[in-house]
Design a protein. Structure first.
Length: 311
């Protein structure tokens, strides 16, 4: 029997998921017919969760909006979002859903082994151009502007072709990503980011992220997050820091500020209203955190975005 859509029901569903999630990483099945794996999946889905794997991943969001976390970076996404995630770098994309909503084939994903690039480079010297990109991807890279649009087109083309035609689109995609100018790249995780993940940690973090992402505009308590995963608050705080590379309170703050940036970019909502909408309790506190995070006040950020739009 499904738990009702109440706070108690949500907690029960989270507890049920924790009991069933024990894999320490996503296992990517090899595709004997292709050099790299291309697949698509819907949301919600068992594979759409906080996970990591040794393969590199090129990820396209096709529909919807939401929040994503790559390493210790939290941002927002919309359709057309393209990112390259390095080997072993944990990541998750969480869509904004209405009750009962289901996004069919939300993602198109390409995954490949770094050894394949090494081996191919020994036979095809031009492939060596990809190696610096893979090194940079250890932080995760979000692609913007025309580079993101060209990359999305190549990713989609791979899904409708096979054989040499698919390989051609893959090389087109590598050319787009390696040739993307710096203004079309956003590096995500901090260079020092080094989480300590195992099977239980991946499951715990996934559940906590769901709780935080679902409640970020309201009251979020570390005690509630700890209780969901059966830990004392002090133990949970240390555990979460080891598993994610950041404090629980920092994650909540980053998520609220990411949501604020989206509202400042896409709406005319008053800054004072945005402050409370994203979960801050007073305007001065919101302005201070926003300035520390972006180097600009909310007003300066919105003005810059508006001026760039007119350019």
């Amino acid at each position: 029997m499904t738990a009702p859509d109440t706070a108690e029901g949500a907690t029960a569903r989270l507890a049920e998921r924790l009991l069933g999630m024990r894999a320490n990483r996503e296992v990517i099945p090899p595709d004997p017919n292709h050099s790299v794996r291309w697949h698509q999946h819907s949301y919600p889905s068992p594979v759409a969760r906080w996970n990591y794997h040794p393969e590199y991943e090129i990820h396209l969001i096709r529909k919807g909006t939401g929040k994503f976390i790559v390493g210790d970076h939290i941002g927002t996404f919309e359709a057309g979002h393209v990112a390259l995630v390095g080997s072993g770098l944990p990541h998750d994309w969480v869509s904004d859903l209405q009750p009962g909503e289901f996004l069919e084939n939300r993602d198109a994903v390409i995954q490949f082994d770094g050894k394949w690039v090494e081996q191919t480079s020994s036979l095809v010297p031009e492939m060596a151009e990809v190696k610096p990109l893979l090194e940079q991807s250890q932080r995760g890279i979000e692609f913007l502007g025309s580079s993101a649009k060209a990359a999305a087109a190549a990713i989609e083309a791979m899904g409708t072709t096979s054989g040499l035609a698919r390989l051609q689109h893959l090389f087109d995609l590598f050319a787009v990503l390696t040739g993307a100018p710096e203004e079309d790249r956003r590096y995500l995780a901090e260079e020092w980011f080094r989480p300590q993940l195992d099977g239980q940690a991946a499951a715990v973090v996934d559940l906590v992220l769901e709780y935080v992402f679902s409640n970020h505009a309201g009251t979020i308590k570390m005690s509630e997050a700890a209780g969901m995963v059966g830990m004392q608050e002090a133990s949970f705080s240390k555990y979460f820091k080891r598993a994610t590379g950041q404090n629980f309170s920092d994650l909540v703050r980053k998520l609220r500020l990411a949501h604020a940036r989206r509202l400042l970019e896409s709406t005319d909502t008053a800054i004072s209203d945005i402050c409370y909408e994203v979960g801050f309790s007073n305007l001065s506190n919101f302005n201070r955190h926003f300035l520390n995070d972006t180097g600009e006040t909310p007003r300066q950020f919105r003005q810059r975005i508006q001026n760039e739009g007119r350019g």
